[in-house]
Design a protein around this ligand. Structure first.
Ligand SMILES: *Cc1c(COP(=O)(O)O)cnc(C)c1O
Length: 437
């Protein structure tokens, strides 16, 4: 790798097996196109904070109210993370302790619902997350999911239909957020629906937080009771989760008259001691670093370019005759729609990966194939954008995707050539956390 940074000297000495595998994964990521829509590159500073001595510290509780002594500095760290989170998202209350996105969502349920309550969310095959009520997840076992999803004919939400379902079923909470929805989400309109039926509205912005910060996507904070997010993915922080919320519960009298705690306090209690023990202070410190970075003009530029790149890639693929779910994208991702092709989404994802384009197979709206093979491939631009790639590179990438699809039957011959071309392109860019200028 050019300008690759020699890291982990102690690990290299002490555990060469693990060191070697990390090196291999790093070289792999630095010489292929990481187009998994939920990934990006964390900076050296985020990883230094995450790999710091804070990993040793126990401090169950919250700043100013810990169950372990020796908390002077970790309190300051957690308070900084909270203050930065409030400023970045304009939130009244922030909890930075969830271990990841899924535990953050678990805390959402525990803070506002009772076991067996009805919630509205998108099933996984339609682009929802496991934790939005999917049957194999705790959320589908302990709560009742009323499903909704994009209209199969347009690939977009039909708000009239969603309102009808909501009014008929009257769920107590509505999840709005997705893992594979390429369009703008109108939180204001979802809030109107939630208000009509006295339901909580919870946004899950794990996939799109950076483009919200960049102003490329509407901001859910004013319209939602709670906003849940991961701090990895396009935000480029550590693998962790956080919750933004209002302080007061607008349905306190209706649903929580027996509780003396407001919404903010109930969320804090749900996270600790409800679900978790000691906070991961190394991750919280790294989250504070990521929040600071996310307030810079450079980060906003990155967020804007993510969308420009996705649109450029969509245009270049459409120009080559490919179908896209809903016809394009407004966000960081697009879904190639292979319903008319003989090959499946899985065939395509495997062939692309041989050629150095790393993505995942995904259901496409109106899919006739099973969720285990699908007719779609989900492609995202955050990692490419973090490397500094722009519209001209998207044109090149569309060309490579086309070559892979044209050669899918003899991919073992075509792939090595494409993979070498991709490795050459990657060498021209500085990869955050891997190479430096
Ligand atoms: C990634 C994601 C999560 C869960 O995050 P993990 O950290 O993988 O547990 C939750 N919701 C959405 C929408 C996501 O994209």
């Amino acid at each position: 790798m050019p300008n690759s940074v020699e890291r982990y000297p102690h690990l290299k000495q002490n555990d060469p097996e693990i060191y070697d595998l990390i090196q291999k994964q790093t070289v792999y990521e630095a010489s292929t196109l990481k187009m998994i829509a939920s990934e990006s590159f964390a900076s050296f500073s985020v990883m230094e904070a995450c790999g710091s001595t804070l990993t040793n510290k126990y401090c169950e509780g919250y700043p100013g109210a810990r169950y372990y002594e020796g908390y002077e500095f970790v309190d300051q760290i957690e308070n900084l993370a909270i203050e930065r989170g409030k400023k970045l998202f304009g939130a009244e209350h922030v909890n930075v302790q969830p271990y990841s996105g899924s535990p953050a969502n678990q805390a959402v349920y525990r803070s506002i619902l009772k076991s067996g309550d009805k919630i509205m969310g998108m099933p996984v095959p339609e682009g929802g997350h496991l934790t939005h009520g999917w049957k194999v997840n705790f959320s589908g076992m302990d709560y009742v999911q009323i499903p909704y999803g994009p209209d199969p004919s347009t690939g977009r939400f039909d708000l009239t239909q969603i309102r009808d379902v909501a009014k008929k079923e009257r769920p107590k909470m509505i999840w709005v957020g997705a893992t594979a929805y390429p369009y703008i989400i109108e939180y204001k309109q979802f809030a109107e629906i939630a208000n009509e039926i006295d339901a909580y509205l919870v946004a899950d912005i794990s996939h799109i937080n950076a483009i919200i910060i960049a102003g490329e996507h509407p901001d859910p904070t004013p319209y939602c009771d709670i906003v849940s997010s991961t701090s990895h993915k396009m935000l480029r922080g550590p693998r962790a989760g956080f919750l933004l919320s209002k302080t007061e519960d607008r349905y306190q009298q209706k649903y929580h008259a027996d509780s003396k705690l407001n919404l903010a306090k109930r969320i804090d209690r749900a996270v600790f001691p409800g679900l978790q023990g000691g906070p991961h202070m190394h991750a919280i410190a790294a989250m504070a670093v990521a929040f600071k970075d996310a307030m810079t003009p450079e980060f906003r530029e990155y967020g804007k370019q993510i969308v420009k790149n996705a649109k450029a890639l969509a245009a270049a693929l459409l120009a080559r005759g490919y179908d896209l779910a809903g016809g394009g994208t407004d966000t960081h991702l697009l879904i190639l729609d292979f319903r008319k092709k003989e090959f499946t989404g899985k065939d395509a994802a495997q062939a692309l990966s041989k050629a150095g384009i790393i993505a995942n197979f995904n259901m496409t709206p109106g899919d006739h194939r099973s969720p285990f093979i699908t007719s779609g491939v989900r492609l995202g631009t955050p990692s490419l954008t973090a490397m500094g790639m722009k519209e001209p590179e998207m044109e090149l990438i569309a060309g490579w995707i086309d070559r892979v699809c044209q050669n899918i039957k003899n991919i073992d011959v075509a792939a090595p050539v494409i993979r070498a071309e991709i490795a050459d392109l990657c060498k021209k860019f500085v990869i955050p956390g891997i190479t430096q200028v």
